[in-house]
Each structure stands twice: as structure tokens, then as C-alpha cells.
Ligand binder design. Sequence first.
Ligand code: AMP
Length: 143
Amino acid sequence: MTIARLIAGRSDTVWTVHADDSVADAIALLAERRIGALPVTDGDGGVAGIFSERDVLYSLRRLGADLLTRKVGDVMTSPVVTVSPDQSALDALALMTKRRFRHLPVMDGGKMVAFISIGDLVKFRIERIEADAEAMRDYIQSA
Ligand code: AMP
């Protein structure tokens, strides 16, 4: 299955921040929305970085409480690894596993069209495996 199919019909808001936003505001957004990461937009539809809960942890260790006075751009991860809608969902899952992160912006023509998490991909895999098992059971019972 392609990522295009996986994200088709999605209407969920993709919460984003800008590199000039304060880290304190970005952390508040992560907590209020109960999400794990925010793409950092470049103001032109593209993605300048990613700010995830892991970045909060790493930069807290490095900067201490001073972290809360910093801008997102100071502590975000950049450059960002992205995928395109025509790539397969399995490729995206393999990429996340290999690179050890849980989020991928989906880019089309330089613009972010979706933001997928490892949870979206695992859900897709489980649904797929269950559907295949069901089809196999039906086949065996009708044989
Ligand atoms: P995560 O597991 O996604 O919460 O992120 C773990 C670390 O990888 C954090 O430092 C993130 O900023 C970084 N990260 C997450 N997603 C990506 C990505 N698509 N490209 C580059 N770095 C990322």
C-alpha cells in the first residue's frame, strides 16, 4: 500500500510550529494535543526541522531549565528525513526502524501534505495482517 492511500481522506489537523516559536510554547502544544512531535514549518509549505518529545529530553539534559527560554530553531532536528506519497507504507516503516525515529513528513512538490507516525504505520500493518488472515480463513473454509 502506498503512503498516498494511507493518508487519503485524512482530515486531522497537523499541528506545527515555527523555528522562531519558543520551546515553552512548543512543549505546551505537545502536551495539550497529546502528540509526540511537531514539524517545524519553513513558512513556505516546507519543513525546516522536527521538534519531538525526545528533543525536549535531549536538550533538557544539555541546557537544563534554560531550555524554556530558547527558540524551537535552537533545539530542533534538521535536516529532516521525509517520504513522498508514492512510496510504500512498508518502506516508511523500514526507514523509521532503521533511523530510530517515529515521525515522517510526507512531501509532495516541496510541500508537506501529511505527517505520519510509527503508530499510523503499525495500525495499517495490523489491519493488513488481520484482513489477510480473514481471507485465508474464508478460503480454507470454502475449499
Ligand atoms: P522521535 O522518535 O520521532 O520522537 O524522534 C527521535 C529523534 O529523531 C528526535 O531528535 C527527532 O527530532 C528526530 N526525528 C524524528 N523524526 C525525524 C525525521 N523524519 N527526520 C530527522 N529526524 C527526525
